[in-house]
Design a protein around this ligand. Structure first.
Ligand code: GDP
Ligand code: MN
Length: 415
């Protein structure tokens, strides 16, 4: 489960990590007044406006803007709320932006000895499956180019494993702070942030807790070494653990989720939308993976991963068809069911019923796209007979003898 940046900032703050104050708005009209309120509270005319969507790369996409007047704030809000955000993390269709965060803007100190560079750092904790530890990941090259840095200069990334029981140790955090180049009182500020992030990661069962960038403000009379602040927050939580965090559950924003995936969840179906044109309806995650592989092998491209589970009801199968066909890219459907606990005749009856009852967008009923069905397992003969007898009501149905036959038939059918 993902959350918005503004929610992530609240979590950071609750674990003692300093974050500039901010307010969320949902309309263009709120921009100017909110700007004035934040500017007067922070005593600076610099305010940052940031699109709140479950994707990063906002800065480069033009959806993080620094503004210095109510007019500029309104302009930026208008742009972000009326355009879809397309970034490297969204896919070409982009995301609708429904919420904006307005926060006190901060000045970022110049990096000493490095012209045109600012003091922006990367800091994250995630689970490293290779070492079976949680790991602190840090880099001096934080900011909007971290992916390029990680790819081109892996040596610029510091990794520090967390002890399975004791978590991140003070001495480890100090070492990382020195390696990152923090000086004077910046060191203790950075250490406090790292320890806070490690506690938060553990306490809330995070899969990823990321601050990018962590910044240093320029030297001032009250803070001669500058202040170390988090100005972005990205969190992913372990879905298997959210049941024990009511506060995290309350942050769930269903409007950011794929509607078909949400619908599938309600019927106990595991559905993940993909970008191909062959819908797949399969029982069992392993078989679903194998089905996608074999479709690829024969030159096709799966439109989804869909596991109806081991004991799917007719209702779930009906829903599964409807979800698959709600994707307008689907030009053919491949059903691949192994009747182990379920009986093939029951499944065949379910498929026939679901397919004949299927409602098309034009109001008509019945299946219009090619439907290739491969059944195997208990009562398979009875199941195949039912399908053969249903030919009249399901003109697009093609029974298949095995996995390869089914993949070849569906690939041929969609061209
Ligand atoms: P992302 O692109 O989605 O990761 O969004 P970020 O919140 O990380 O913002 C992108 C970049 O905008 C940061 O790396 C900073 O360089 C810049 N930025 C964001 N907020 C501020 C701010 O308050 N002050 C200044 N000077 N720059 C900011
Ligand atoms: Mn960022």
């Amino acid at each position: 489960m993902k959350i918005h940046e503004y929610q992530g900032r609240q979590l950071l703050a609750s674990f003692g990590i300093p974050v500039p104050a901010g307010t969320v708005i949902e309309s263009i009209e709120q921009a100017a007044t909110t700007y004035k309120q934040i500017a007067s509270e922070s005593g600076s005319d610099l305010v940052v406006i940031k699109a709140q969507v479950h994707a990063g790369g906002r800065g480069k996409a033009g959806f993080v803007k620094l503004v210095r007047s109510p007019q500029e704030a309104e302009e930026a809000a208008r742009f972000m709320l009326t355009n879809r955000m397309v970034s490297v993390q969204t896919g070409p269709e982009g995301l609708e932006v429904k919420k904006l965060l307005l926060a006190a803007g901060v000045d970022i100190a110049d990096r000493p000895g490095t012209p045109n560079a600012k003091e922006e750092f990367y800091l994250a904790i995630t689970t490293d499956r290779g070492s079976r530890r949680n790991v602190l990941i840090a880099s001096r090259e934080g900011g909007v180019d971290i992916e390029t840095v990680a790819h081109d200069r892996p040596d610029a990334i510091i990794k520090e494993p967390l002890h399975p029981i004791m978590g991140l140790q003070q001495h480890q955090a100090r070492k990382v702070a020195f390696d990152l180049g923090f000086k004077g009182s910046q060191v203790s500020q950075a250490v406090k942030i790292m320890l806070g992030l490690a506690k938060l990661f553990e306490a809330k069962d995070c899969a990823l807790a990321e601050i990018n960038p962590l910044i240093i403000t320029p030297s001032s009379a009250t803070h001669p070494d500058g202040q170390v602040l988090a100005i972005d927050a990205k969190f992913t939580f372990d879905d298997n653990a959210t049941f024990r965090h009511k506060d995290i559950q309350a942050m769930f924003d269903p409007t950011e989720e794929n509607p078909a995936e949400l619908r599938a969840q309600r019927f106990g179906l595991s559905y993940i939308a993909l970008d191909g044109n062959i819908g797949c309806l399969v029982n069992g995650a392993g078989l679903a993976m194998a089905t996608m592989d074999i479709v690829k092998l024969h030159g096709g491209s799966p439109a989804n991963f869909l596991d109806v589970g081991g004991s799917a009801t007719e209702e779930a199968v009906t829903e599964a068809f409807s979800i698959i066909l709600s994707d307008h890219n689907v030009k053919g459907v491949m059903v691949n069911i192994f009747g182990g606990i379920m009986r093939c005749d029951v499944i065949a009856a379910g498929i026939i019923n679901a397919a004949t009852k299927h409602k098309n967008p034009d109001g008509s009923t019945g299946f219009k796209v090619p439907l290739v069905v491969r059944l195997e397992g208990t009562n398979v003969e009875a199941g195949r007979k039912l399908l053969a007898d249903a030919k009249a009501s399901l003109p697009t149905l093609q029974p298949a003898t095995d996995l390869t036959d089914a993949a070849m038939k569906v690939c041929k059918a969609v061209g």
